[in-house]
Design a protein around this ligand. Sequence first.
Ligand code: CA
Length: 221
Amino acid sequence: MRLLIVEDDASLARGMLKVFRSDGLAVDHVARGQDAINVVRLEPYSAMILDLGLPDMDGLAVLKQIRQAHITVPILILTARDATSDRVNGLNQGADDYLSKPFAIEELEARVRALIRRSHGKPEPELQLGQLRLDSASGATWLGQALLEITPRERAVLGLLMTKAGSVVSKQRLVAEVFGYDEPVAPNALEVYVARLRRKLEQSGIEIVTVRGLGYLLRAI
Ligand code: CA
């Protein structure tokens, strides 16, 4: 799952990036409205956080252009303005939610999660392969009755492999799922996560197969 943050306040943006990345989302950040419009056309985002006070254009104009282009990404508007008219304008122009600054980061997290859930139409199903189960909503992962201890990024890799169990998932697809495009990614970062997952899945009857030159495949042995 991929989140776009449009915010020109650098320290606020850093804080949000940290929180959502530690939640296991791939997060991209831009500070200008025009960049947001360009990026959102290229990437399939699960949700977008949009600040209204941007240096190059008004956030409401960004919202309008995105909706006119028939891009349906769920958008949460974030602003220092607290006027009811702004809130109404934003919602009328196709925003899905609205949060006034200052806000508690926990509230933003909860609302973004709700947006993503709603955009998927229904609560995500539990993924299962053999004795491995992953609850997509809570992120909890079990091997049989035992809770499996995995990091958010390991879970992102495992979740995508489970969704496509039995077929090959390309490295590019996995990297895109797990990292934001502006995040420095070590060349072997994905291999490191896969190696850790393999250790945790030892003796479980489930293996991650390397398909040379193509990617990885998860299967029950
Ligand atoms: Ca701003």
